[in-house]
Design a protein around this ligand. Structure first.
Ligand SMILES: [Zn+2]
Ligand SMILES: [Zn+2]
Length: 157
């Protein structure tokens, strides 16, 4: 796992706002930054939540996905199968991997107020790391339904 300092956002384009959070200013003349975001997995971004909160906000990855209690209750409610492709770690890798799954936070951070409390059943869904990456790929916030549709379209081709 990379440390927060391993993720570099160009200092000229990362400015701290009044509330102490970083805003990430994306511009077409700075292709390197988009490239950086393209290659950062949700896991890696999570390590840097405090550092580049603006960038994190844009791709809707946050600490709710890492909260052990919230994760536990989400998996309790939905099971440990990926809710997009159905992948199950226990089935594929055996007992050592049984129950492992990523948890995705479905509510965009931009719609969250400071007193927000995560509801593990409404706001979180179990997803495999592959589908999780596609949900956040290129800094976009795809919906679960959107990624499901991508899978169906590929199968049809
Ligand atoms: Zn999946
Ligand atoms: Zn996620």
């Amino acid at each position: 796992m990379k440390s927060a300092s391993a993720i570099k956002i160009h200092p000229l384009n990362s400015e701290k706002t009044q509330n102490g959070k970083f805003s990430y200013n994306e511009s077409p003349s700075q292709p390197i930054q988009q490239e950086l975001l393209d290659y950062v997995s949700p896991d890696e971004i999570l390590e840097a939540t405090g550092l580049i909160e603006g960038a994190v906000c844009r791709i809707s990855v946050n600490s709710y996905e890492r909260n052990p209690e919230a994760r536990r209750r989400c998996i309790e409610a939905y099971g440990a199968n990926c809710c997009i492709c159905g992948f199950n770690f226990g089935e594929k890798y055996g007992p050592d991997a049984e129950g492992y799954i990523h948890v995705h936070h479905v509510r965009p951070l931009s719609k969250i107020k400071s007193d927000y409390v995560v509801d593990p059943v409404t706001d979180l869904r179990p997803v495999c790391p592959n589908c999780h990456s596609v949900l956040h790929l290129s800094g976009r916030c795809r919906s679960i339904e959107e990624v499901k549709r991508l899978l169906v379209e590929i199968k049809r081709d």
